[in-house]
Design a binder for this molecule. Structure first.
Ligand code: XIL
Length: 370
């Protein structure tokens, strides 16, 4: 056993426990305080955050500690979706979502809302109750109740999520979602107007995926999204930002120039860009853990360096914080059964190389004023 390594390890553990305070940590090992992601983001007027689950903030000290230490922005992974806050037609339950706001308040963090209108995450009652006759009214009432409940407290809302699906074959690119079919294509305008009335202070975002890469289908979806947003601006629909989900895969294809151009076009339309759900799946990477980590970290670095050079990119959120709880363990499970290493922390809450790639990218970010 290497004596120096052992001694250093012992002293570092002691230092973490507050037993000794003199041991200088190597810069890349120290991730607390001034070395945390949030300190790096704060220094540049940026928001850095992650999706969280309220019960884990409550029940798991290490989870709560890591989220509090590293992030200045939170979003509910599921706790603000329709099924969570609107369990019966005449019943709302805000308790779990409220506990996220209380946590954020205690740790000087902002919170964003996700989401007010989506074709998934709907409660069981939706199908039997919602018809062409009442869909617009039910959508409006939900947004009034939910955005109204959190009014004045949120950084932003994903007002409409994933409304585009080119495979559905419509010229406007709109997804044939229950909302489109029951409420009509202007349900998007309706949702944004209602959200603005219910919470004039939250920034209102349209959020989508499949727009990140230089594949022809991603490029076409970016075009449809720009057309949609242009139309909204022309009709004076209140939209402030576009959320780019950014569920990426290591070892497949890196984002190219198309995304940068897209972000610049949004800038010219006066819109901010939030990277809302960043994670990098390693299910296609064979090899050792170090090789997986390197591929994931490389893409984090590339992606964020490109995005953060754009002055209208003002917030970055990862979809979770630890490989212990990522949705990708179900969505894209690894064939070797290992947990994904797709986030800034691994399943043991050790920072992954991706953590350091994110932190490095933050140093190169253009200066923002929050
Ligand atoms: C996912 C959650 O991570 C899962 O826990 C849940 O079972 C399904 O939804 N795009 C979105 C998110 O906008 O709301 C989704 O979150 C992931 C894809």
């Amino acid at each position: 056993m290497n004596f120096r390594a052992t001694r250093r390890g012992f002293l570092q553990r002691a230092a973490c426990m507050g037993l000794v305070s003199f041991l200088p940590l190597r810069a890349e090992e120290n991730i607390s305080g001034a070395n945390s992601l949030r300190a790096y983001a704060d220094a540049r007027g940026l928001l850095i955050g992650c999706a969280v689950a309220p019960e884990k903030l409550r029940d798991e000290a290490q989870y709560a500690h890591t989220v509090a230490e590293q992030e200045n922005l939170l979003v509910a992974e599921n706790a603000m979706k329709w099924h969570a806050v609107h369990p019966a037609p005449d019943k709302y339950d805000f308790a779990p979502a409220d506990s996220i706001l209380a946590f954020a308040d205690a740790h000087r963090q902002r919170v964003r809302g996700h989401n007010l209108c989506w074709h998934e995450g709907l409660p069981d009652w939706f199908q039997s109750i919602v018809t062409k006759n009442n869909a617009r009214q039910i959508l409006t009432e939900h947004i009034r109740a939910v955005a109204g409940h959190f009014a004045g407290k949120l950084h932003s809302w994903d007002v409409v999520n994933e409304a585009l699906n080119l495979k559905d074959g419509r010229p406007d690119g709109l997804r044939k979602s229950p909302w489109l079919e029951l409420a009509g294509p202007d349900y998007i305008d309706l949702a944004f107007h209602t959200a603005r009335e219910a919470d004039p202070r939250a920034q209102l975002a349209y959020n989508d995926y499949g727009i990140e890469l230089d594949y022809p289908e991603d490029a076409l979806k970016r075009e449809k999204l720009l057309d949609m947003v242009r139309g909204m601006k022309k009709r004076n629909v209140p939209i402030d930002a576009v959320g780019i989900q950014s569920h990426l895969t290591a070892g497949v294809k890196a984002p190219g120039d198309g995304l940068r151009e897209f972000v610049r076009k949004l800038h010219d339309m006066g819109l901010q860009v939030f990277i809302t759900e960043l994670d990098i799946s390693d299910h296609k990477v064979q090899g050792t853990m170090a090789e997986r980590d390197a591929a994931v970290a490389h893409l984090y670095g590339d992606y964020l360096r490109t995005m953060l050079a754009e002055p209208n990119v003002t917030a970055v959120l990862t979809w979770g914080i630890t490989g212990k709880y990522t949705w990708l363990n179900h969505q894209n499970p690894r064939s070797d059964g290992q947990p994904q290493r797709c986030l800034p922390f691994d399943a043991e809450y050790k920072p992954t190389p991706a953590f350091f790639a994110v932190r490095n990218a933050l140093t190169g970010a253009s200066q923002h004023l929050l």
